[in-house]
Ligand binder design. Structure first.
Ligand code: SAM
Length: 335
């Protein structure tokens, strides 16, 4: 087994953050994320929860300090709390600094208390509007009230919430100030995200894309935004909003590439490791995991993969670039 803390990529970046997409399935069909008629992976291709846990443990042994479960919707994976509970043991030993998840909130009312009990301290909840009808339209299948109940349950359980909002032209751009006041008024940070060209969807991404430089300029007409060095380990750059006293993050993969400080890799539910969200290159960890009871083979496969982590992605959204930058949907690698 390699020594802890040994994952350094060719650009000198230490890989300390693993995001795990535990399922590609979701109970929503957000229009910028998925096509309505999605084909999901056959169940037989999925790693079992035990295999996922074993892979995570190898990464933790190799220096991962933060682990985020995502998807698809992580809380729709059957028995997901078993995995959370198993992973929480690494919090107790001090091997892991943080175990967290990104969720659409639909199942939070059921799971919030148990998540908190497992040592999860903060979670990201994705929410693009506060209008129940618009919510239905953007998620296609989501029920707004369920998400609100989920958020309440999470806060009642003591989980800190950050709202993730994809900024969508003509959809929620005028609503962001209200969402900001709403989130900050309830003690939640908020992050806005540029839509990324991942996977074929039913709509034209050029129509959805709102550069955050434009959104920020508009917000500055109503709010005093001060850049702050606050970091959560992710790619967001934060400002403090004087009028609300809360923090607002900007994730700008298109207008400002954030790759230079990338510290992460992404594992899918089939054991495929993506070294970059925006590139096709990947490494299969399922075969080395299954071919031996020891972890040496899989550890070597991880080292080999980290050794070819690319410098960054090159997302572009414009009318001449019709194809997505990567063919897989965000739901495969997790947001
Ligand atoms: N189901 C969970 C959720 O809703 O948070 C986790 C997975 S979801 C794919 C993670 C995040 O990716 C969500 O905030 C979603 O809005 C965002 N997302 C999906 N497709 C995107 C895209 N093409 N560009 C930017 N963000 C995207």
């Amino acid at each position: 087994m390699n020594q802890a803390g040994s994952m350094i990529d060719p650009f000198g970046r230490a890989i300390t953050y693993l995001r795990v997409s535990v399922t590609d399935r979701c109970d929503f069909r957000c229009v910028y994320c998925m096509a309505e008629d999605m084909h999901f992976l056959p169940k037989k291709d999925l790693l079992s929860l035990e295999e996922l846990e074993r892979l995570c443990a190898v990464f933790i042994d190799k220096g991962v300090r933060r682990l985020r479960l995502t998807g698809g919707e992580p809380l729709v994976r059957k028995n997901i709390m078993h995995l959370v509970r198993q992973l929480s043991r690494h919090l107790q030993t001090g091997a892991l600094d943080e175990l967290t998840l990104t969720t659409n909130g639909s199942q939070l009312a059921r799971f919030a208390a148990e998540l908190a009990d497992c040592g999860v301290r903060r979670i990201n909840v994705s929410l693009d509007t506060l209008d129940a009808e618009k919510f239905r339209a953007i998620t296609r299948w989501g029920v707004f009230d369920k998400v609100m109940q989920g958020i309440e349950a999470a806060q009642a359980a003591g989980l800190k919430i950050k709202l993730n909002t994809v900024a969508l032209k003509g959809f929620n751009e005028d609503e962001i100030p209200e969402m900001l006041r709403w989130a900050h008024g309830r003690g939640m940070d908020m992050t806005v995200i540029e839509t990324m060209p991942m996977g074929e969807i039913d709509a034209d991404r050029t129509d959805q894309y709102l550069p955050l430089s434009e959104l920020r300029a508009r917000l500055e007409r109503q709010f005093t935004l001060t850049d702050i060095p606050y970091k959560t380990g992710g790619p967001a750059r934060y400002v403090e909003v004087a009028e609300t006293g809360g923090r607002l993050g900007f994730i700008t993969p298109l207008t400002h590439n954030f790759c230079e400080s990338c510290n992460r890799v992404r594992l899918t539910c089939t054991g495929t490791l993506y070294m970059c969200l925006g590139q096709e290159d990947a490494a299969d960890l399922r075969a080395p995991l299954r071919s031996s009871e020891g972890n040496g083979l899989v550890s070597n496969a991880i080292d080999e993969a980290i050794g070819r982590k690319p410098k960054g992605h090159d997302f572009i959204i414009d009318r001449t670039t019709k194809r997505p930058a990567v063919s897989r949907h965000m739901s495969v690698t997790g947001g």
